[in-house]
Design a protein around this ligand. Structure first.
Ligand code: ADQ
Length: 498
């Protein structure tokens, strides 16, 4: 693909990143203050890759993180500017909380971000629903984030880093609200960008494009999404000049650079976690329990979301048991699935479907000694996940669409000295990096079943070679490389624009 795909390694590492204050904007906050029934104040760190990856950056660099104040006691601890210093144990930066009423959360977060933009970007038009009134609230909330960022930026000497699809209007709003003295604004879009023909289903597609073109630099996970974005602009936004060669858009007298920066994980931290004694023992217990006597263990780890292809993978496993009876009793499928977005009916239905499909497979093939599908509907902590990744012979990621998919990378990091095989959807961004994976089309249940069988029957030598290739790739692009690549480009573009 001709559009720029950047790896951290290719970038200069000598340059220090700009020390101007960083203002980071995301929907989720890194710390939540809550009050229990007894009135006791507690602090939680909402689970999620994004906040845990960015938290060390903010702690070392300082600045302000602007996010929705979602905790019940969030505003009991903030000052007059809705700000509190965090991390609580050693304050290093400001957390500025945006107040949202329950009605605003419903319209901005549930209806607009999660029922319109999420399914649209994951090519799931059957789940797509657009409500114009809710969208007005989305716009207002985005403006509130933009105003907060500008107040924090004061004289314009700052870099604003916006995250994700909840905030697609922020960069454009920053431009409109402030004439001069505008900070450098860039945005990382964590999910796929759809082709223009899908985007056209969104009645406000042009406005979203215009909002995003308020960024100086727009960051996607892969070159494919970069290309989708550029062709969407060329198709849908009159007056925009797209340069595919340079990967830029000129619109409204300004230029936006559009690049791919595949996100990663803290590889060393996952390796260390997987090597801890407690984790090694937990992995052994898992094997004794679910894969005794040399049986094989297949693993899936996801939020329960229709983009992750969980029913499709269960069907593939059922097909394997049906067509290759020799595997019956010799392989167990452990699926760890944490419920998410349960306020949306489609997610409730999906959860029911996953439970029922697992139960049907178990009723059909299970024996008193063997449960084919073990479904744990929980949010596992990192040590438990590491133990599962370490214990598994095969990990399957069968997303119908996925910006990147960090589970695939976490599995590889934890397989230090292991023999695990990764079965990976070709529709996950991770598939563009992980050469050693067995790639599947999750809609093709028969082929996915055959891939599972290939993975289970793979010889030790091939397992090692594939794993080594993926570990090399992973180590060449860790979360630090990802961040460095972005900040090097930000520094370069800032210097150019001065
Ligand atoms: P998600 O859609 O949430 O992220 P993913 O990349 O797989 O998807 O990250 C999920 C994270 O949650 C992983 O760190 C995983 O360990 C954790 N997780 C998943 N299921 C869990 C469970 N049952 N218990 C505990 N933890 C669990 C979005 C995009 C992705 C993109 C990321 C980062 O949809 O494509 O990779 O952002 O940009």
């Amino acid at each position: 693909m001709p559009t720029a795909t950047t790896t951290g390694r290719a970038r200069s590492r000598s340059r220090r990143s700009t020390r101007e204050p960083l203002i980071l904007l995301s929907n989720r906050e890194p710390f939540e203050h809550n009050r229990g029934g007894d009135g006791e104040l507690s602090i939680t760190r909402p689970a999620g890759g994004l906040t845990s990856a960015l938290q060390p950056l903010m702690a070392s660099r300082g600045g302000t993180w602007v996010a929705w104040g979602s905790g019940s006691a969030d505003f009991d601890v903030t000052d007059d500017g809705d700000t509190v210093r965090v991390p609580p144990e050693r304050p290093r930066y400001r957390l500025r909380r945006i107040r949202l009423t329950p009605e605003e959360v419903q319209a901005y977060y549930v209806e607009s971000a999660n029922r319109a933009l999420w399914p649209l970007c994951h090519l799931q038009l059957n789940h797509f629903a657009f409500d114009y009134r809710a969208w007005q609230v989305y716009r207002q909330v985005n403006h509130r984030f933009a105003r907060a960022a500008l107040e924090e930026a004061r004289d314009g000497h700052a870099t604003v880093w916006v995250h994700d699809y909840h905030l697609s209007y922020v960069a454009g709003a920053i431009r409109r609200l402030r004439g001069g003295g505008i900070p450098f604004v860039h945005q990382f879009w964590h999910i796929p960008w759809p082709p223009a023909d899908i985007l056209r289903a969104l009645p406000v597609a042009r406005r979203v494009l215009r909002g995003l073109l308020g960024n100086d630099l727009l960051e996607f996970q892969t070159g494919r999404y970069v290309l989708n974005f550029l062709t969407s602009v060329a198709d849908l936004l009159p007056g925009a000049r797209v340069d595919l060669e340079r990967s830029t858009v000129r619109y409204d007298g300004r230029v936006t650079v559009v690049r791919a920066y595949p996100i990663s994980i803290d590889v060393a931290a996952w390796e260390r976690r997987a090597a801890q004694r407690g984790v090694v023992e937990a992995a052994q217990r898992l094997r004794r329990r679910h894969a005794p006597g040399g049986a094989e263990l297949v693993l899936g780890v996801d939020r329960i979301d229709y983009s992750k292809g969980i029913p499709q993978r269960l069907e593939a496993f059922a097909r394997l048991l049906q067509e290759s009876p020799a595997w019956r009793g010799k392989v167990t499928f452990l699926q760890i699935a944490t419920p998410s977005r349960s306020e949306i009916p489609a997610y409730q239905e999906l959860e029911r479907e996953v439970i029922e499909t697992a139960a049907t497979i178990n009723a059909r093939y299970g024996t008193p000694e063997w449960v084919p599908v073990v479904l744990l509907r929980e949010n596992a902590d990192a040590d438990t996940l590491a133990a599962c990744y370490r214990a598994a012979d095969v990990c399957i990621v069968s997303s119908l669409q996925d910006g990147m998919n960090l589970v695939a990378k976490e599995f590889i990091a934890c397989q230090r000295g292991g023999r695990g095989v990764l079965v990976l959807s070709r529709f996950a961004g991770a598939a563009e990096e992980m050469d050693g994976a067995l790639l599947i089309n999750p809609y093709d249940v028969g082929a996915s079943a055959r891939a599972l069988e290939t993975a289970l029957g793979m010889g030790e030598r091939e397992r090692k070679l594939r794993l080594q290739a993926m570990r090399r790739q992973l180590k060449a692009n860790t979360i630090r490389d990802w961040m460095r690549a972005i900040f090097d480009d930000v520094d370069r573009l800032r210097r150019k624009s001065r």
